[in-house]
Structure formats: structure tokens, C-alpha cells
Design a protein around this ligand. Structure first.
Ligand SMILES: NC(=O)c1ccc[n+]([C@@H]2O[C@H](COP(=O)([O-])OP(=O)(O)OC[C@H]3O[C@@H](n4cnc5c(N)ncnc54)[C@H](OP(=O)(O)O)[C@@H]3O)[C@@H](O)[C@H]2O)c1
Length: 333
């Protein structure tokens, strides 16, 4: 009850920000000095063609960050780029093609990005879908899991050494952010089974979405541990952006009825409030070195017991690595 009232009132937490803080507000003190061009940060943001990702890209670009937008719809990406550059003619925005649901496409994007020889300071794994009906990716994996989790896991793996190298060369710690959701806490331990995630017997869109968002946090937990163990100057954290009426929420129609939506609308955030936690975790100097955590409303928060389970995180990691490398060695017909 206390937490709900705090949320509704937008009362600031220990960071000085709260549910009503916007992405612009939480980044207002970050300033890139154009007199030191080598300190310019480069960020890859998936899912930046709309919603929270587009706002994240706009605000980070405004703060001088070079933005790389991997997108499956290049025309939509160009419109977002035009909007950013209309506001900030000096903003650097690079559009590249990716389909997060396809391992081959993620692999191709990474090769093309690495060929540009740009540094990489920030990776924001934001893209996501909610799929009401059961669909399969070209790798024959349930589409929500393939897009929201598997594609991002592989993207992170392929770009990790570039981030470690950039951090060592520049002295600026790299940051990876997985955009998850509070809905991860709906997942029950007994229903979180790898084979069922890949090929569910009884598909339920909300359950699949929640499971993919739990997997995003477990990914954070395991990779943070590995990065710490090798003293790499790269952190990884998860965020819940809040509930924002974007494409993904509109796709929940049927699950969220109009009347429930009306009540829920009182709790909705604007897109700029929705992008604030991601932007805060991406740029805040106070979070230097903070890793393996979960944030909501621009403050560290508690995730579910299952999301905190280290053995579950390790198991998912091993199963994912095995699956990805087996699929890449033996592409499906
Ligand atoms: N909105 C909320 O209330 C809420 C709450 C909790 C968490 N989240 C999370 O926030 C993140 C952003 O969601 P949003 O609300 O901003 O939704 P959105 O407006 O629907 O944006 C989703 C983005 O993901 C991209 N995408 C989807 N499938 C893709 C694929 N196969 N390959 C490449 N890009 C793909 C979309 O690209 P296209 O333009 O090509 O479709 C779009 O840019 C998601 O991870 C979501 O789970 C949202």
C-alpha cells in the first residue's frame, strides 16, 4: 500500500528520482564535452523504432551519445532518426538491420557493427514483443522467447568483448541494460522449464511474455557474476520501465479489457517517464560499478525470489549457450 501511494504520488526514492521522473530529468547533469571527442559514448539500443526505446534513443542522443539503432523496419527507424536530428542536428544516429528473433540475423548485425570499428560503451537490450497466439521464429523457437530473450542473449555474447575492450581503452566502464518487467514475478518455479519455453504445449501469451522477462533478469544475474569474476569493467543491470501505453501494451488487448485498462490508466507512465529508469541506469555516475541489480522508478528494487536464484540463472545460461551454438552449427531447414 505504502509503495503504491509512493508510486502514485511520484515520491522520490534514495536516487532523488521516482515514478514521475522523466528521462530528460534523470540525465540532465550528464554532459559530454565535445572538446574531448574520444569520450563520446556509443550506445546500441534495440527496439528504438517506437515506444520506450525511441524515447531512450532521443534523450541519450540529446546528451551527446552516438546511437546505433538495430531495427527490422528500416523506414520506421529512419523516421525516428529524422525526429532526433530535427531536435539535435549534431546527433549521430546509425541505423542497421536486425531481426532479434533470428540468430542468423543477430550474428550478421554483430559482424557488420564490429566491422565499423566503433567503440561500444552501452548496450540496451530493449526490443520486445507480446504475442497473443503461438508463433515460431525461423529457428523454430517460440517467438516471444526468441525475440525478448534469446536474440538479446546472443547479441550480448557477440558484443561483450568489444565492450570489455572499449572499457579498457577508454577507462569508461561499459554498461549493459536488460529491459525486463515487473511481470517476471508472476512466473512460478514449476512452470519455468527450458524445453517448454522453446516449444510450449499449452501456450499463453501473458505467461510466455512473463517468462521471457524473467529470463532477461536471470541473464543479468549470471553475466554480472561472470564479469565480476574476470574483473571486466562492464556492468549489467535489469530495469522495469513501468507501465506505458506503447505498442506492446496495445497488443495485450483482450488480456487487459477496456474497463481494466481505464483503471490501469491511472497508473500508466508517459513514454518519457517509461524511459527514465533505462536512461538513469545508462548514464548515472552514482551507479558506477553497480552490477547484477534490478531497478524500477529509477531506484534499485527487489525482484522475485526466482529471479534472484543463482542456480536457476546458471542453469538457464548453460542451456541457452548450448542451444544457440547447436542451432548456429546446424541451422534449421
Ligand atoms: N510498455 C510497457 O508498459 C512495458 C512494461 C514493462 C516492460 N516493457 C518492456 O519495454 C521494452 C520496450 O517496449 P515498448 O513498450 O516500448 O514496446 P513497443 O513500442 O512495442 O516497442 C517494441 C520495440 O521492439 C522492436 N522489436 C520487436 N520485435 C523485434 C524483432 N524481431 N527484431 C527487432 N526489433 C523488434 C519493435 O520494432 P518494430 O517497430 O519493428 O515493431 C519496437 O521497436 C520491451 O522489452 C518491453 O517488454 C514495456
Amino acid at each position: 500500500m505504502k509503495e503504491t501511494l509512493k508510486y502514485l504520488a511520484g515520491i522520490a526514492g534514495p536516487s532523488g528520482y521516482g515514478s514521475k521522473s522523466t528521462a530528460e530529468q534523470v540525465t540532465q547533469d550528464y554532459c559530454w564535452s565535445s572538446s574531448v571527442p574520444s569520450h563520446r559514448l556509443t550506445a546500441i539500443i534495440t527496439g528504438a523504432t517506437s515506444g520506450i526505446g525511441a524515447e531512450t534513443a532521443r534523450v541519450l542522443a540529446k546528451r551527446g551519445v552516438r546511437i546505433v539503432m538495430p531495427a527490422r523496419d528500416l523506414a520506421k527507424a529512419s523516421k525516428v532518426k529524422e525526429g532526433i536530428q530535427r531536435e539535435n542536428p549534431k546527433a549521430e544516429v546509425i541505423i542497421m538491420e536486425i531481426d532479434l528473433s533470428s540468430l542468423t540475423s543477430v550474428n550478421r548485425f554483430c559482424s557488420q557493427f564490429l566491422a565499423l570499428r566503433l567503440p561500444l560503451n552501452i548496450l540496451i537490450n530493449n526490443g520486445g514483443i507480446y504475442s497473443k497466439g503461438l508463433e515460431y521464429s525461423e529457428d523454430k523457437i517460440e517467438m516471444t522467447f526468441a525475440t525478448n530473450y534469446l536474440g538479446h542473449h546472443f547479441l550480448t555474447e557477440k558484443l561483450l568483448e568489444k565492450m570489455v575492450e572499449t572499457a579498457a581503452q577508454t577507462g569508461i566502464r561499459g554498461r549493459i541494460i536488460n529491459v525486463s518487467s515487473v511481470i517476471h514475478s508472476w512466473v512460478k518455479r514449476e512452470s519455468f522449464c527450458f524445453n517448454q519455453l522453446l516449444n510450449p504445449k499449452n501456450y499463453n501469451g501473458t505467461k510466455a511474455y512473463a517468462q521471457s522477462k524473467l529470463a532477461n533478469i536471470l541473464h543479468v544475474k549470471e553475466l554480472a557474476k561472470q564479469l565480476k569474476a574476470r574483473n571486466a569493467r562492464v556492468t549489467i543491470n535489469a530495469v522495469h520501465p513501468g507501465i506505458v501505453k506503447t505498442g506492446i501494451i496495445r497488443a495485450h488487448k483482450g488480456f487487459i479489457t477496456d474497463s481494466v485498462f481505464f483503471i490501469a490508466s491511472k497508473l500508466l507512465k508517459s513514454t518519457s517517464q517509461g524511459a527514465s529508469t533505462t536512461c538513469y541506469v545508462a548514464l548515472s555516475p552514482e551507479l558506477e560499478g553497480v552490477t547484477g541489480k534490478y531497478f524500477a522508478d529509477c531506484n534499485e528494487n527487489e525482484c522475485s525470489n526466482l529471479a534472484n536464484d543463482e542456480s536457476e540463472a546458471y542453469k538457464l545460461w548453460k542451456q541457452t549457450r548450448f542451444l544457440i551454438h547447436r542451432r548456429l552449427c546446424q541451422p534449421t531447414a
